[in-house]
Design a protein around this ligand. Structure first.
Ligand SMILES: Cc1ncc(COP(=O)(O)O)c(C=O)c1O
Length: 382
């Protein structure tokens, strides 16, 4: 029986092997493992690609979010952490790291519901919450599945209410909003190089993109224990540097990012064509202005049949994943800890119960995508 994985990282490695092996060999030759030359080279390449002044490598996407928020707390409040009265609005339908980062930076996450079509934060509800007079300091939009949030509305709200914006771009490297790259629009953009991301390393890694010189300087201090001199520090810092070896590998893979994002879009176009109108599922909507880089191709399975369809596909050798089965506001860490909800969040709850992400391996063959489509049709529309 055919086996269609969500991703095939070995296949990707083989495709790029010469570049990756050469990059690793260079590290073996120079042996500069901590903040070696590959880190700076990658930071500069990504900054130029995104069109931002500064990129700072970090040890994960999660830490990148925390670093961005901590630097904003130091810069805007003149204190190490936010106060718990400081609220940061974000989506409940995201990976836990988004909300955790807000808690770890000392602030309180406020969860608002998603637009049920795109699964991204509903900017109208952000506006509604801001109208309640709460003490909001920032907004953290998450470009879920590779698709931009409505950044025009979010940036306009931020401007009106004097808020910062930290974009969580973990799932959307290379994606865009109108003429801009994601991560280059807000005060900071946070990226993940987790292996399964559009631009992934062979382990953990991340990056923060900023234009502001002072923020860049603070983040550079925070990744190295909080000081310019690591033996005499100014801030409560971390050991959160991007590893030289990961920077080398990500740097080699970076050459392929536009080609691979293009392949992802072609797979999505084939799914769209094959699945449109199939009974029992609906496709995720798109927002005009977004250059969607299809980190995940996610459908909604109607009538409570998601788990059944997932099992039927598994039996046919097709892997699928549920991103995410629990919205953040339902998790103990947020429920019993510090967090607020605006409204009912029913769309986030509904999505958690019916989303299903299909295989998007950029190198998967057209016939493999067709096989997935046929298996879905066989179950939904026998
Ligand atoms: C939306 C989102 N935010 C943050 C992260 C955290 O990134 P990392 O796993 O590199 O820490 C992820 C990755 O899983 C993510 O999908």
């Amino acid at each position: 029986m055919k086996q269609i994985p969500m991703l095939d990282l070995r296949l990707e490695y083989e495709y790029m092997q010469k570049d990756i092996d050469a990059a690793i060999q260079t590290c073996l030759d120079h042996q500069r493992w901590i903040l070696g030359p590959e880190v700076k080279v990658l930071e500069e390449k990504v900054a130029s690609y995104l069109g931002v002044k500064h990129c700072i490598g970090a040890c994960s996407g999660t830490e990148s979010l925390v670093l961005a928020l901590r630097a904003l707390a130091i810069k805007t409040k003149g204190q190490e952490f936010f106060d718990k009265e400081d609220e940061i609005i974000t989506t409940s339908f995201t990976f836990t790291a988004t909300g955790d980062a807000i808690l770890r930076a000392g602030a309180t996450p406020v969860f608002v519901d998603i637009d049920p079509s795109t699964c991204n934060i509903d900017a109208g509800l952000v506006e509604e919450y801001l109208g309640t007079g709460a003490k909001v300091v920032g907004i953290m939009p998450v470009h879920l599945y590779g698709q931009s949030c409505d950044m025009d509305r979010i940036m306009a709200l931020a401007k009106k209410h004097n808020l910062f914006v930290v974009e969580d771009v973990a799932q959307a490297f290379g994606g865009g909003w109108n003429s801009k790259k994601l991560g280059a629009i807000g005060d900071a953009g946070s990226f993940s190089f987790f292996p399964s991301k559009n631009l992934g390393g062979f382990g953990d890694g991340g990056m923060v993109a900023v234009n502001d010189e002072a923020l860049a300087e603070l983040i550079r201090m925070l990744i190295k224990h909080g000081g310019r001199d690591k033996y005499n520090v100014d801030h409560v810092g971390y050991n959160a540097r991007l590893d030289t070896l990961q920077a080398a590998i990500v740097g080699a893979k970076f050459t392929y990012i536009d080609e691979f994002n293009g392949k992802r879009k072609a797979i999505a176009a084939q799914y769209n064509e094959g699945l449109r109108g199939v009974k029992g599922i609906s496709l995720t909507g798109t927002i005009s202005g977004a250059d969607h880089v299809i980190h995940q191709y996610t459908v909604r399975v109607l009538d409570g049949k998601r788990d059944e369809l997932q099992k039927a596909l598994k039996d046919k050798g097709v892997s699928t994943m549920v991103y995410y089965p629990y919205p953040l506001h339902k998790m103990k860490v947020f429920r019993s800890g510090r967090s607020r909800m605006h409204g009912s969040l029913r769309h986030a709850e509904e999505a958690a119960g019916n989303v299903l992400s299909l295989p998007v391996e950029p190198l998967q063959k057209r016939e493999d995508t067709e096989y997935v489509i046929e298996c879905i049709k066989g179950y939904c529309d026998p």
